[in-house]
Write a protein that binds this ligand. Structure first.
Ligand SMILES: NC(=O)c1ccc[n+]([C@@H]2O[C@H](COP(=O)([O-])OP(=O)(O)OC[C@H]3O[C@@H](n4cnc5c(N)ncnc54)[C@H](O)[C@@H]3O)[C@@H](O)[C@H]2O)c1
Length: 352
């Protein structure tokens, strides 16, 4: 049976990936610090093939022990501070986890990989899950290719770009078989409600204002989290060591159109409520906000991957999921998060 070390497997995307692994009889060691963004239910997931470890990727002794004990065939790295707005208020945790923690993980992965021999060494991979935000803003009509330079504009994106460079350096310098993905915006169930999709869906269901940053004409490629995770399985099987792969659905819409679609799906669930779109409020834009992300995904499509869900179908399902899982939302929000505006840089760490 294949054995994986997954970091950040209690998070939105990592959690989806772990659930997919467990349906295919893959053994998973799930290392997660359980930050505010984690789904606490994952830690209690009872499955013979799932071992949950509460800990930090930056804890080298712990990570070394996990490699020695579980002898993983591959590593999937999702653990991160992931919210751009929070990175504007304080970048330091983003450097600690997304850069320093990742380098600790790389160092221990290298130690483990060097201890392997034969086919196990040949087939070992470490998949670094990164973001299209490393490229910065795409010019009109340009889809980022993997040959484009990185021009990150937020502290979050800068930390993720640094991590990609460290992955590259470990491949070039030591031969460690790192495969890197740059994914577009994900949507789906189990996402912490600070992110656009659940924030808008939940506020709309509760008749609360729907904040749209600036004019709302920023463009994003949206991919369902399950399609993203299927791409990651594919890259374990066929990704080239040292390779960089863009992951996106190819469906690029403006934030305003995306929010309007969510409103339409909420209206379908609550036909007697006032139209949700009447709650839209344009608010001060995010500092440094990228206008456009769009991706050329030729390398991934060349491996045979295609998204399975259209944006309409995936988003309608997602909105229904939040409608039917209010208890989960209350549970994750309860330790002090009230969907307040973050990331204006007014309450930045430098001012405290
Ligand atoms: N959500 C998106 O749209 C998107 C798009 C592209 C790339 N990504 C990347 O995908 C990865 C997963 O994103 P997500 O949306 O699931 O994030 P998330 O915030 O939902 O989950 C991150 C998980 O990492 C854990 N974690 C944080 N710091 C840790 C540490 N030091 N040690 C161990 N665990 C730690 C958290 O507890 C949480 O469970 C991230 O690397 C993110 O940058 C996300």
């Amino acid at each position: 049976m294949q054995s994986l070390l997954v970091t950040g497997g209690a998070g939105f995307i990592g959690g989806c990936f772990v659930r997919q692994c467990l349906t295919s009889s893959t053994s998973v060691v799930n290392l997660d610090k359980l930050t505010y963004a984690a789904n606490p239910d994952v830690a209690e997931l009872r499955d013979a093939n799932h071992t949950f470890v509460h800990g930090d990727i930056g804890d080298g002794d712990l990570v070394r022990r996990l490699f020695a004990t579980h002898q993983p065939d591959a590593v999937f790295h999702f653990a991160a501070e992931s919210h751009v707005d929070r990175s504007i208020d304080d970048p330091t945790p983003f450097v600690a986890t997304n850069v320093t923690g990742w380098v600790v993980l790389l160092r221990e992965a290298l130690r483990h990989w060097k201890s392997l021999s034969g086919a196990r060494r040949e087939d070992f991979r470490i998949i670094n899950v990164s973001t299209d935000e490393v490229y910065g803003t795409a010019a009109a009509a340009h889809d980022f290719t993997v040959a484009d330079p990185f021009r990150p504009n937020s502290p979050y994106a800068a930390s993720k770009a640094a991590a990609v460079h460290f992955g590259r350096a470990f491949f070039q310098t030591y031969g460690l078989p790192v495969v890197t993905t740059t994914s577009s915006n994900n949507y789906g169930p189990f996402q912490f409600p600070e992110k656009l999709t659940p924030l808008i869906a939940l506020n709309a269901m509760q008749g609360r204002p729907l904040p749209v940053y600036g004019d709302g004409l920023q463009q994003r490629d949206w991919i369902h989290v399950e399609d993203h995770c299927l791409a990651l399985h594919q890259l374990l099987a066929a990704g080239v060591p040292g390779g960089l792969y863009n992951v996106g659905s190819g469906r690029v819409v403006s934030n305003l159109d995306f929010v309007s679609m969510i409103c339409q799906f909420v209206d379908e669930l609550q036909p007697d409520a006032a139209p949700a779109a009447s709650l839209i409020e344009h608010v001060t834009d995010r500092p440094g906000h990228d206008r456009r992300y769009a991706l050329d995904t030729s390398e991934l499509r060349g491996l045979g991957w295609r998204p399975q869900l259209s944006l309409e179908e995936g988003l309608r399902r997602t909105v229904r999921w939040y409608f039917e899982h209010r208890e989960w939302v209350e549970k994750v929000e309860s330790p002090g998060y009230g969907r307040q505006r973050l990331g204006l840089g007014e309450d930045s760490a430098a001012d405290r």
